[in-house]
Design a protein around this ligand. Structure first.
Ligand code: F6R
Length: 607
């Protein structure tokens, strides 16, 4: 959600702090700030809005100092103003924070009753006051932090800088990620490996409840019981150039066009095409005892799960239930012993999904996780890790991670179908051959980019847009609507095509474009009938189908988008491309900020 960087350097650090924030800006961009120590005093610059405002502020008033912390914010407590921007300085300590201090209200009331003065509306300032209070009572910075951490409830990653000790950074993590970077005579803290990619490749991931005392010459990690702990130093493998757009105008566009490559990369570790077999990277797990699957995820990952629920039931004939992670725990789901709970997440850090994963684990479920960030909390806490190999996704709207999730989930469904005796060797071979065709089909879909761009102005003027589909394409209709909403700010709804006539059809008039996803296949005719019901009421239809579908049903539509003819299994993966491109081109036509849409953040680490 928010992004944190801390540097104890050999030279002035302001520029490197801002470079770190640039790589983290995808996590939030409501405001940004940095704080360094200059001649024994804190120096701070903060700015509302995007990082470029902070950069302009620093150009006008540069900041010296070899020790510093920095933050890019996605607002939770308090509006995105300069006063609420981090770092927060209280006395001799400056603090940046990602997450939420859930008990900040009683803590703040207690501190106010002591006569302490707050300068922001944030929960973070409470941490500053608590630490400052201990320092004022004569404690050392490490003693002060050790005293304060157990008092904080919620999810947080913190980095603290101390005015009287420019060779010290203290970090802490509970429920939000934090990494330590190791340099030569320098050391760092960062929200993730990407934050530190321009500084070092040698990093250690802190565990839940850890806190860390960082100096230029040493790093000491303590666990939640304050016992010294060793966390392995690994190579991050993340290059700073990942955060460059190359020849593309936006990261989202680049990531859409990367899909054939990254889906092929992902499928490579799940299929043996020559043998016609699926081979999951968890060969030791015996799926034969699995009686039902509980899928949990948020947003786009949830829609990947929704597509998978169709595949798992159709191919593996296994009962599936799917929940939004934010709802899952609170509806007190009945989870039978021996159940498989499947969590899907690009970041592996989404707070709702992580909390649901821990709940399911506590309830004795076997935990499988489809995750794109292999070092994330979900990846580490799952019993069965099913990685996607989409590479770093920077655009806030998820695209390539989604199609990679679908590729993994299709392989999982085929695997379960075989284990449960629902697939013969021939069935498996056939499915594997269709999955192996996905990268080429994605390329063919991408070839329609220009045609899709031409349709975008039709939609850019609309106030409301409907997306219709049946079966897995219903899930894709939901995903298409989400993509459009989040980057073009146009209200959009995804509907099950057959459900329209039960109410939403009342919305239809000539101002509401209706986008119909209808690959030819078993559900085509029924979907087309629903489309005609819309057309008969003056609806302006954009049909996404293959050549055959368009030949049969394209008449009377305002536009058609042609997709390659593919097997129904892989249609949802391929049809992701036109809905992504449509949303992308509409956003470009409207001039919105495609990669950093308002109010959003890439990784949502608060509930
Ligand atoms: C939409 C989008 C979000 C995420 C959701 C879950 O384009 O990116 O809806 O899909 O916040 O995030 P992850 O997959 O990281 O758990």
């Amino acid at each position: 959600m928010c992004g944190i960087v801390g540097i104890l350097g050999q030279a002035d650090v302001a520029r490197e702090l801002v470079d770190g924030l640039k790589r983290l800006e995808y996590r939030g961009y409501d405001s940004a700030g940095i704080c360094t120590i200059v001649d024994g005093q804190f120096g701070r610059r903060r700015a509302e809005g995007k990082l470029k405002n902070l950069t302009a502020r620093l150009d006008a008033e540069p900041l010296k100092g070899r020790s510093g912390i920095a933050h890019t914010r996605w607002a939770t407590h308090g509006a995105p103003t300069v006063d609420n921007a981090h770092p927060h300085i209280v006395g001799d300590v400056a603090v940046v924070h990602n997450g939420i201090i859930e008990n900040f209200k009683p803590l703040r009331d207690m501190l106010l009753a002591e006569g302490r003065v707050f300068l922001s509306e944030t929960d973070t300032e409470v941490v500053g006051h608590l630490v400052a209070r201990e320092l004022e009572a004569g404690k050392s910075p490490t003693e002060a932090v050790a005293e304060v951490l157990p008092k904080l409830h919620g999810a947080f990653a913190l980095a603290l800088l101390f005015r009287n000790d420019p060779d010290l950074l203290i970090g802490a993590r509970l429920g939000a990620p934090l990494t330590v970077g190791y340099g030569d005579g320098e050391n760092y803290l960062g929200s993730d490996a990407l934050a530190l990619a321009g500084l070092t490749q040698r990093i250690a991931y802190l565990e839940e409840g850890d806190w860390v005392v960082v100096r230029r010459a040493s790093v000491e990690v303590f666990d939640r019981d304050n016992r010294p702990a060793q966390r392995p130093v690994v190579s991050s493998g993340v290059s700073a150039t990942i955060t460059e757009k190359g020849n593309y105008r936006h990261f989202m566009q680049k990531e859409i066009f990367e899909q054939p490559l990254v889906v092929a990369q992902t499928l490579h570790s799940y299929l043996k095409p020559l043998q016609g077999q699926v081979a999951l990277p968890i060969p030791d797990f015996d799926f034969s005892g699995v009686k039902r699957v509980q899928i949990v995820a948020c947003g786009t990952s949830y829609y990947a799960g929704m597509v998978a629920s169709y595949w798992l039931e159709k191919f593996a004939r296994i009962p599936v239930e799917i929940d939004y992670a934010s709802e899952f725990r609170y509806r007190e789901p009945v989870l039978e012993p021996g159940g498989l709970a499947l969590f899907i997440s690009q970041s592996g850090e989404t707070a709702d999904t992580l909390a649901a994963l821990r709940h399911a684990k506590a309830e004795g479920q076997k935990i499988a996780a489809v995750v794109n960030v292999p070092t994330s909390s979900m990846a580490r806490e799952a019993d069965l890790l099913l990685p996607t190999h989409a590479g770093t996704e920077i655009g806030v709207a998820s695209t390539k991670a989604f199609t990679c999730q679908l590729a993994v989930l299709a392989a999982l469904a085929a695997n379960l179908a075989r284990v449960r005796g629902k697939f013969s060797a021939d069935d498996e071979r056939e499915i594997v051959s269709h999955l192996a065709e996905v990268p080429a089909a994605l390329n063919a879909a991408l070839n329609h980019d220009e045609a899709i761009a031409e349709i975008a102005p039709l939609i850019a003027k609309a106030r409301d847009v409907l997306y219709l589909g049946r079966g897995p394409e219903f899930a894709m209709a939901m995903e298409g609507a989400l993509k459009l909403k989040e980057i073009s700010y146009i209200h959009a709804e995804g509907y099950a095509a057959g459900e329209m006539k039960h109410g939403p059809i009342a919305l239809i008039d000539e101002d509401v474009p209706v986008i119909v996803l209808a690959p030819s296949g078993p559900l085509f005719e029924k979907t087309v009938s629903n489309m005609q019901e819309v057309r008969a009421r003056g609806g302006r239809i954009i049909l996404i189908s293959d050549a055959e579908g368009i030949r049969q049903a394209g008449e009377g539509t305002v536009a058609t988008i042609e997709m390659p003819q593919v097997h129904p299994l892989i249609a949802p993966i391929v049809y992701a491309v036109p809905v992504q491109l449509l949303a992308y081109h509409v956003a470009v036509a409207k001039g919105t900020d495609v990669d950093q849409p308002r109010n959003l953040a890439k990784s949502v680490t608060v509930e």
